[in-house]
Design a protein around this ligand. Structure first.
Ligand code: XIL
Length: 364
């Protein structure tokens, strides 16, 4: 039917209204999502052959909003790290008792939803059980560590594909951190940990993970030297995790790019393991916009480097972020707000992934 005949039938005014509504909806769709409304971070990541993921909060299966939490998680992500439930105090509460029950819930959820599990963490100085707090001889502690690593990695063999074997072993000044492991065993606890993890699951990817090593600085220089020497010695280390707990000031992007490159040149896989971008508690629209730019820029640089396998956030909804509890005056560090609405950062990341995909399809 021609437009003027239709107009006669419906009345010119209502046709005009319809047309305006139609045009407006096209415009909003275009502006809000640039035709990406059918896509999620997960769907784009999968087309790009990378992992985008999150740290899963304790006991998410019993939260009042657990079903929304799980809906969003499985829609948006293809890799999961249990935020706390694979740490020593949770999984090895007594000398002769392991408790895998909580960790298993995270693993089950991930595997049922086709996600990869990234285990966190086998050697760290925090969240240790009280029983470890005593005088150990070197031989005793080596034995304790070996048993722990082999038991945990062995238990999840074939299920946990990536392990943060050693976490935060270096101080901010760029020296070995004075942890129980370092003080009792000496620096060789690091290589031993990788060797034992490899023995327990030869197919798992084994990484060193730390914070404030994203750019070139004394700490990342020390880590670089450490992993370079491990590689040269033939210690089974496969990658490095950059935690990326950063704030509204962002980081030096050129330095980040160069840093990724030098680690990749050692033949290591790279991971962004715990990203969040904290902003002031009383955040404005500008803060949210700035945060979106930082997230987007980090994704852009990661996607330039083929060694980057995964980018993970430390949570996904601001409702369950560790940030307000740990950084006074800061909040809103993640990509979904407290009501699970995507924030500007979410849309900005999506645009970066989509643009990369377009380039990939064009063969650039
Ligand atoms: C944090 C968790 O998010 C908190 O829930 C917990 O109380 C303390 O640990 N680097 C790490 C993570 O490797 O394990 C830490 O996670 C955040 C800093």
């Amino acid at each position: 039917m021609e437009l003027n005949k239709l107009s006669l039938k419906m009345g010119v005014k209502s046709v005009k209204k319809l047309l305006v509504a139609f045009l407006l909806s096209l415009l909003t769709l275009g502006l809000a999502s640039n035709g990406l409304e059918g896509e999620t971070l997960r769907s784009l990541a999968e087309k790009l052959g990378i992992y985008v993921g999150f740290a899963s909060i304790n006991n998410f299966w019993v939260l009042a909003d657990g079903s929304t939490y799980m809906e969003v998680a499985k829609r948006e992500f293809n890799i999961l790290t249990p935020e706390n439930h694979m740490k020593w105090d949770s999984i090895h509460p007594e000398r002769d008792r392991y408790d895998f029950s909580k960790a298993e819930r995270h693993v089950k959820f991930a595997l049922e939803n086709g996600m990869v599990v990234h285990g966190h963490t086998l050697v760290w100085h925090n969240q240790l059980p009280p029983w470890l707090n005593k005088e150990w001889t070197k031989e005793e502690l080596l034995q304790v560590l070996e048993e722990h690593i082999k038991t945990v990695v062995g238990y999840f063999k074939g299920k946990v594909k990536i392990w943060d074997v050693v976490n935060e072993a270096v101080s901010d000044a760029g020296r070995y951190r004075e942890t129980i492991w370092y003080k009792v065993i000496g620096p060789e606890y690091i290589e031993k940990a990788f060797i034992w993890a490899r023995e327990a699951d030869p197919d798992a990817t084994l990484i060193y993970n730390d914070y404030n090593i994203e750019t070139i600085n004394p700490k990342s220089n020390f880590v670089y030297q450490l992993v370079k020497e491990l590689k040269e010695k033939g210690v089974p280390i496969d990658g490095v995790g950059f935690q990326m707990h950063i704030d509204i000031n962002g980081i030096n992007y050129e330095s980040f790019r160069n840093n990724l490159k030098r680690f990749a040149d050692l033949g290591l896989k790279l991971y962004i393991t715990e990203m969040d971008v904290r902003i002031p508690k009383n955040a404005t629209q500008e803060h949210l916009q700035k945060q979106a730019e930082i997230y987007a820029k980090i994704f852009e640089i990661c996607l330039e480097n083929p060694a980057v396998e995964a980018i993970q956030f430390w949570g996904f909804t601001d409702k369950y972020s560790w940030v307000p509890g740990f950084f006074t005056g800061y909040d809103h560090a993640l990509i979904f707000d407290r009501d699970y609405n995507p924030k500007p950062a979410y849309f900005a990341i999506k645009q970066v992934l989509a643009k990369k995909l377009e380039e990939k399809l064009k063969g650039k």
